[in-house]
Design a protein around this ligand. Sequence first.
Ligand SMILES: NC(=O)C1=CN([C@@H]2O[C@H](COP(=O)(O)OP(=O)(O)OC[C@H]3O[C@@H](n4cnc5c(N)ncnc54)[C@H](OP(=O)(O)O)[C@@H]3O)[C@@H](O)[C@H]2O)C=CC1
Ligand SMILES: Cc1cn([C@H]2C[C@H](O)[C@@H](COP(=O)(O)OP(=O)(O)O[C@H]3O[C@@H](C)C(=O)[C@@H](O)[C@H]3O)O2)c(=O)[nH]c1=O
Ligand SMILES: [Mg+2]
Length: 291
Amino acid sequence: MKKILLIGQNGQVSTYLQGVLPADSLQVANREILDLSKVDQVQESLAALAPDLIINPAAYTAVDLAESETELAYAINRDAVAEIAQYAARHQVPLIHFSTDYVFPGDADKPYKETDVPGPTGVYGASKLAGEKAVLESGAPALILRTAWVYSNHGKNFYRTMLSLAESRDELSVVADQIGAPTYAGSIAEATKRLVDIILEQGGLRKEQSGIYHFTCAGQTSWCEFARAIFVENEVTNVTVNPIATADYPTPAKRPAFSVLDGNKLKSVFGIALPHWGTALAQCAAESKSL
Ligand SMILES: NC(=O)C1=CN([C@@H]2O[C@H](COP(=O)(O)OP(=O)(O)OC[C@H]3O[C@@H](n4cnc5c(N)ncnc54)[C@H](OP(=O)(O)O)[C@@H]3O)[C@@H](O)[C@H]2O)C=CC1
Ligand SMILES: Cc1cn([C@H]2C[C@H](O)[C@@H](COP(=O)(O)OP(=O)(O)O[C@H]3O[C@@H](C)C(=O)[C@@H](O)[C@H]3O)O2)c(=O)[nH]c1=O
Ligand SMILES: [Mg+2]
């Protein structure tokens, strides 16, 4: 039986992965078992766990706070990732690592490909890009899955923020000039499970398969239109969503204006495509009714 190590217990992607991966081969490392802010202890913890496959959806994800907690963001998103990747390289253990659309500057007018040059607008994106670089430089057999705008019925995310604001407000203002692809954590988990199955069937990851993959739901929208769609799917009718410009919603971190990712590489190498964001949103809303 192959041991799959999943890093982080309560994160959105981790929660949904725990729902689809085989429980008998899964080891979930919470912060007590593996604290990524304690970078010098990562190797030792991994050696004790002795995994056959590592999945790392753990990260410092507070985009605005990262502008002031810069050191912690880099420790978790770059330095700890470098340690994990070096372990994976030394032991030739396949690594599935997650990254973000926020590695891109956002000045494109067509979906970004894996070969496009990144250029983050804030500390979070810069720290995640540094993590990607550490994985690539380690030489580990690794998939770096760049996802975006992740939401679900668990944890902290835009979907839940909108539904909770709707309980106390009849009007919301949401930016309409940032374009991306909302991605349901359940869709990420299903596609990741298929990659895990392929890796286990193959007995590892081939060198030519290693690298960066864009990994979001299909289609594109703005945060404003996404908010409206969330309310439609959840039959919330008491709220008006007003479109505003980014300049009218000041935040510590600058976000990319356009961060749609082209998913063709994932399709051509692995035959996998995530659903359209609207289809996935309906699944998420259906799930919340059954919770
Ligand atoms: N959320 C989003 O919108 C997006 C996320 N991504 C990327 O996708 C991946 C998954 O994101 P998501 O599931 O939303 O993340 P969440 O913010 O939901 O969860 C973060 C996870 O990281 C863990 N973590 C944070 N700090 C530490 C630490 N010091 N030691 C150990 N674990 C730690 C948390 O631990 P605990 O369980 O203890 O809370 C939690 O499991 C990340 O790599 C993220 O950068 C990419 C694009 C969009
Ligand atoms: C709550 C709220 C947000 N906004 C804006 C702020 C921001 O530009 C946009 C989204 O806000 P959030 O803070 O939820 O999103 P943000 O934290 O920027 O989400 C990002 O998280 C990281 C981890 C990623 O990797 C990215 O892909 C992306 O998902 O909506 C409004 O305009 N009105 C509102 O009422
Ligand atoms: Mg946020």
